[in-house]
Design a protein around this ligand. Sequence first.
Ligand code: HEC
Ligand code: HEC
Length: 230
Amino acid sequence: MTHIKYLVAAVMLAGANIAGAEDGAAILQGQCASCHNLTGPAPATLQELWNRKGPDLFYAGLKYKAAWMEVWLQKPERIRPAGMFYPDHVKSDAEGGDEIDDSTLVAHPALPAPEAKAVTAALMELKGKAELVTAGAYTPGTLSRSSGEMLFDKFKGCLACHEIEPGYGGLSGPEVYTAGQRLQEDWLASYLRDPHAWDPKVFMPNKHINETDTRKFIDYFHLLSEEGAK
Ligand code: HEC
Ligand code: HEC
């Protein structure tokens, strides 16, 4: 009796063996394309930016780390504290400041492990705008947490839009304390140099960051991730 149970289980496992990029591409088309741009181009007008429902994924294979992606897709947690388009998800609090209106934010769909693996494989093949990335552009350095913070907060004003730990920092951009785990270094180097080359209408200003500071920012993101804020 028991061996039949094992046999049935083995056959079921084989049937559920979705792991290839091809199966992942089908899932992307069927379940994800309504919110995510898989082919480009990025929004070219403010209206298009406002209508964007989820981050562009047509360069996912250059931007995200596969190991992070596979885990996140199974248990998605919010990365942008106030959603994709900040003004849609804040209300004024009693003191006249901004407060996130949680009731307007919906949970992201989660995938079972085999599908997350297949989708990750498919996303890693999407490499739009590859000409903007130089392989090996980032070389690791050493940086103290306080110099990173000075640069991020005082000198370049990044803290106004990004959280460096849960609950500390601006709310209109993605949290950066998980950026070290999430994002590929060579993509980051390119994005920090010129965010609008990737996303012409994004509210992230081009701060004309030089090569040295770019490396420092990426080192800083690594430090924040290692501290395991999440
Ligand atoms: C109803 C719209 C919607 C659908 C459907 C949807 N997503 Fe998303 N997705 C979003 C939003 C909004 C975010 C930003 C989440 C955040 O920042 O908290 C996001 C974020 C992501 C991210 C993280 C990338 C980043 O930079 O934040 C990945 C990867 C992703 N989605 C993949 C998928 C996949 C794969 C599917 C299909 C199985 C899918 N999404 C279906 C709206 C959607
Ligand atoms: C006015 C607000 C604003 C300022 C100031 C700002 N950013 Fe951003 N940043 C954004 C927005 C908006 C995005 C992209 C949003 C998206 O992908 O949904 C972004 C994206 C990023 C990303 C990619 C994050 C990701 O998870 O996809 C990094 C890294 C980043 N910013 C770092 C910086 C650094 C470093 C500075 C300072 C030099 C800075 N930002 C200043 C708003 C800002």
